[in-house]
Structures are given as structure tokens and as C-alpha cells.
Design a protein around this ligand. Structure first.
Ligand SMILES: C[S@@+](CC[C@H](N)C(=O)[O-])C[C@H]1O[C@@H](n2cnc3c(N)ncnc32)[C@H](O)[C@@H]1O
Length: 376
């Protein structure tokens, strides 16, 4: 780690302990929020190289263009049914998905009227703007960055890849007396874990999952997912919400054997389970409860019509048709290796799921020939 990064991490840790001194113990969710998103200091906000081979992790759009090019078939089909379609992408990372998707939609004459990006990190927003500026003007001028959720309603698609797994989580453990919440206090400048009862509102959110877990079981959930999701999707008048992420239905996510939960940190492509080491210099994430996501969208008036593995989704959208068999060996090899990472079960293929929900539209949602139950 360079001195500058160490310095940023120290300042962030100091800020977290100051917060604790002022307010008392903070929840793990608050800690995670600061560690990832504290302006200028958090992992996503401090200008570290995060994505790609020299970063800490790689996402599907960063592997190469195949992911976005395949999803373009989905976007083109849905957008073609709408008069002035808008795409709103949440958490656009380096802007790579937007760049590749719009390039592909341009080739099939299906550019949307506008592409909005809602990004929490000022640093990533700058990177996105640099990448989008490389697109031809008639494409790049479609892209606009929102500082907050839009006031105006629109028709189109709301999309996010690996955003839900990056939302701060509450950590809980089951005690004889019921579930308790992981809190962090300060012990001589070091963070110390302690368990406390949940406030009623969070206890109710956890109870609504109807989990039957043994004493000692520890896991996570996204607090206030209902209000967060409502904020994001309420501006969609007509169209589709598409979430891609690693996760399971609740029965698998909260399986008795997964008794330590799924919270994990990533640094230089190595996973570790210590969120308190070099705070702000490592990613922190947990698997998504897609049953919860589906239930919330259903309660918000959406028809949760489709849920499947990423591999099935991409294959049924025609991923293999995009492989150029006449390409030079090196390019062909790169395409095949990219495809394998996207679809093999031990890579992203089965760990990643795709959930689509539609509102006020009867449009056919392509890519879900192998529809699965999100309740499992
Ligand atoms: C793991 S990265 C994925 C980036 C990109 N979608 C990709 O696939 O490469 C998570 C992204 O979500 C953003 N993010 C996290 N929470 C957010 C929120 N509440 N609103 C908007 N963006 C958010 C992060 O700053 C980052 O851009």
C-alpha cells in the first residue's frame, strides 16, 4: 500500500472513531457505509484503482464487451415498444457498461432518447464521464448524470449490475433471546464488536423474512430495502427494472449451512473476512436476497416476471452468436475466455442471477426461457 493510501485509510478510521465518540456505538451498516462511501475517503470515493486486473475485483462489463453486447438484445427488444425510452443505470462503475451498450444499440438503431446515470461516488462519476466522452457525439450527448433521483417520471428501463451487493448491510446473530445486531464501539482507537438488540423497525424488517434460524447463526440483510427500492423505481411509469447480481433466493441464502453469512472483503482479487483491516482500501460486499428484492418490487406494484441464472439469461439472449469464429486466434481466444467467465457455473454463470420486473406493460421480456423461482 502506498503512503497516500495508508494516510487516507488512517483519516477514515479516525473519522469512524470520532463518529463513535460523538454518537456512541454505530451499527455495522453505518460502518460499512462510511468504509465504502465516505466522501473523499471511502473505498468507492477515494480514487483507488478498484476494477480490473490491477484493481480488487472484476465485473462482467469489465471482462470485455460481450456482456453489454448480449444485454443489448434485451434492451433493444424492450425499448422498441416505447416511444421515448429512457435508460437509468444505477452505480455505473467506470461507465463501461453504458459505453458498450450504447455503442451496440447504435448499430441496431435502437438508441434510447436518454441514458441517465445515478452514481453515488464522485470519483467514479469522473471516470464515467471520461469514458463516455470517447463515444461519438450523437451517442455521448444522450448521457446525463443525475445528482439525485429524478423528479420526472419516465418510460424505459432501470438497470443495475452489482449494485445491490454493494449496499450497506446490517449483521445479525441469533441468540437464545432472539436476533441481535452487530454494533461497533471504540476501544483505545480500535474498533470493537458488540451485540445489541435491534430497534423495533429493523427487527420487524428481519422478522418479515420469516427465517427459522438456529442459535449462533449469523448473517446479514439490507436495512430499509423497501424505501430504497421505492425511491429508485417510483419514477418508472412504464417499463422494466433489471437487476443483475450475485445472490440467492432466501431459502438458499439463509440455508442452515451458511451459518456465517456471506459478507466478504476483496483486495487485489483475494477474498478475506476481516472488514476492519485497512479500512477504505478494500471492497466489502454480501450476497443479495432475491426473494426480498422480488417481494419489495411486488409490493410496489411491479410484476416480478423473470428470475434466472446469468448463464441462462445470456445464452438465451444469443451470447454465442456474438462470438466471431473468423477472428484472429488471439481475439477469438479472448472472446471464448470472456464467455467462459460469464457463463460457467463455477465462474459467474450460476452465482449471478438476473431479476426482471415490469410495470404497466405487456411487452415480452426476452432472456428468460429458463425461468426459476426466486422463493427457493
Ligand atoms: C461493484 S460496483 C459495480 C459497478 C458497475 N455496475 C459494474 O458492473 O462494473 C458498485 C457500484 O455501485 C455504486 N453504488 C453503490 N451504492 C449506490 C447507490 N446507493 N446509488 C448509486 N450508486 C451506488 C458504486 O459507487 C459503484 O459504482
Amino acid at each position: 500500500m502506498t503512503n497516500k493510501i495508508q494516510q487516507i485509510s488512517k483519516v477514515l478510521q479516525h473519522k469512524i472513531t470520532q463518529e463513535i465518540k460523538q454518537k456512541g456505538a454505530i451499527s455495522f451498516a453505518n460502518f460499512m457505509k462510511m468504509a465504502l462511501y465516505e466522501p473523499g475517503l471511502g473505498y468507492y470515493s477515494a480514487g483507488l484503482k478498484k476494477f480490473g486486473r490491477e484493481g480488487d475485483f472484476i465485473t462482467a462489463p469489465e471482462l470485455g464487451p460481450l456482456f453489454a453486447q448480449t444485454l443489448a438484445n434485451f434492451f433493444a427488444a424492450v425499448l422498441s415498444d416505447i416511444k421515448h425510452p429512457v435508460i437509468m443505470e444505477l452505480g455505473a462503475g467506470q461507465g463501461t457498461f453504458c459505453y458498450q451498450l450504447l455503442k451496440q444499440l447504435d448499430t441496431v438503431n435502437q438508441l434510447p432518447s436518454a441514458y441517465w446515470i445515478l452514481e453515488i461516488s464522485a470519483d467514479l462519476k469522473k471516470t464515467q464521464q471520461q469514458q463516455i466522452a470517447q463515444l461519438p457525439k450523437h451517442i455521448s450527448q444522450k448521457v446525463r448524470w443525475l445528482n439525485q433521483l429524478p423528479d420526472e417520471s419516465f418510460e424505459g428501463i432501470i438497470f443495475g449490475n452489482e449494485v445491490l451487493d454493494a449496499l450497506p448491510v446490517e449483521v445479525f446473530q441469533i441468540f437464545e433471546s432472539g436476533p441481535q445486531r452487530l454494533m461497533l464501539c471504540d476501544k483505545q482507537g480500535e474498533l470493537k464488536e458488540q451485540w445489541q438488540p435491534f430497534p423495533e423497525v429493523l427487527l420487524n424488517q428481519l422478522a418479515s423474512k420469516s427465517l427459522d434460524l438456529p442459535v449462533g447463526y449469523r448473517s446479514e440483510f439490507i436495512p430499509h430495502l423497501q424505501s430504497w427500492m421505492e425511491g429508485v423505481v417510483q419514477c418508472l411509469r412504464t417499463g422494466v427494472v433489471l437487476w443483475v447480481d450475485y445472490g440467492y433466493g432466501a431459502k438458499q441464502l439463509y440455508h442452515p449451512q451458511r451459518q456465517q453469512g456471506t459478507l466478504v472483503c476483496h483486495q487485489r482479487h483475494q477474498a478475506n473476512f476481516n472488514p476492519y483491516q485497512s479500512i477504505g482500501t478494500q471492497d466489502m460486499t454480501s450476497f443479495v436476497d432475491f426473494t426480498h428484492v422480488a417481494t419489495v418490487l411486488d409490493g410496489l406494484g411491479f410484476d416480478v416476471c423473470s428470475f434466472t441464472h446469468q448463464s441462462d439469461f445470456l445464452m438465451s439472449l444469443g451470447l454465442t452468436d456474438l462470438i466471431n469464429e473468423n477472428a484472429k486466434f488471439k481475439d477469438y481466444y479472448q472472446q471464448i475466455s470472456e464467455m467462459k467467465q460469464l457463463v460457467l457455473p463455477n465462474e459467474m454463470g450460476e452465482k449471478f442471477k438476473v431479476l426482471a420486473a415490469k410495470k404497466n406493460t405487456t411487452t415480452h421480456i426476452p432472456g428468460f426461457e429458463h425461468n426459476r423461482s426466486y422463493d427457493l
